[in-house]
Design a protein around this ligand. Structure first.
Ligand code: FES
Length: 182
């Protein structure tokens, strides 16, 4: 995934800080990766390359470690994070169909982030609300009985929210038109 403006500098500063505060040994690689991920929200390739340089190990070893442990994520978290439960209870009532519905609507696969970084999609194990199966967690809010139709409704609400946020970021061109109103 390509980096956004200013992200390269942020990654380099973060890795430098973590390497500066920790023992730079092969044995300490997991804590180093954990700390960088904690700061950045994910492990970009650039960070892994810089950690490899700092610890003096081949970059391929860092990739190997990061991909072996599922605590590490290679893609940035989206503005909206959707987690589809595929625990047994949810799977039995169509959790996989719910996941496919999100994949189609977001045009990404599970584990990925949309290129505009608005959405990321993950599968998770039981989130403890089995009576509501199939369950989806949208930005920390639990949604129950999520059928494909409900997926449409969730995506509509998220897109509306994104549209509003984008509109609020634009300069107000109607300024001065509402004189007399406070
Ligand atoms: S299996 Fe999905 S909430 Fe328990």
């Amino acid at each position: 995934m390509s980096l956004i403006e200013g992200e390269k500098e942020h990654i380099l500063a973060c890795v430098k800080e973590v390497l500066g505060e920790n023992t730079k040994t092969r044995e300490n690689l997991i804590p180093l990766l954990q700390q960088v991920q904690h700061k950045l929200g994910y492990l970009p390739s650039l960070a892994m390359e810089k950690i490899a340089e700092g610890v003096n190990v081949p970059t391929v070893d860092i990739y190997g470690l990061a991909t072996f442990y599922n605590q590490f994520r290679m893609n940035p978290p989206g503005k909206h994070q959707v987690k589809v439960c595929l625990g047994t209870a949810c799977y039995m009532v169509g959790g996989d169909i719910t996941l496919e519905s999100f994949e189609r609507r977001m045009e990404i696969k599970e584990g990925e982030t949309s290129p505009d970084r608005l959405f990321s999609l993950e599968r998770v194990a039981c989130v403890g609300c089995c009576t509501l199966a199939p369950v989806v967690v949208v930005d920390d809010k639990v949604e129950g009985k999520v059928t494909p139709t409900r997926v449409d409704g969730i995506m509509l609400a998220l897109n509306e929210e994104n549209g509003k946020a984008a509109a609020e970021q634009k300069p107000d061109q109607s300024e001065g038109d509402d004189n007399g109103h406070s």
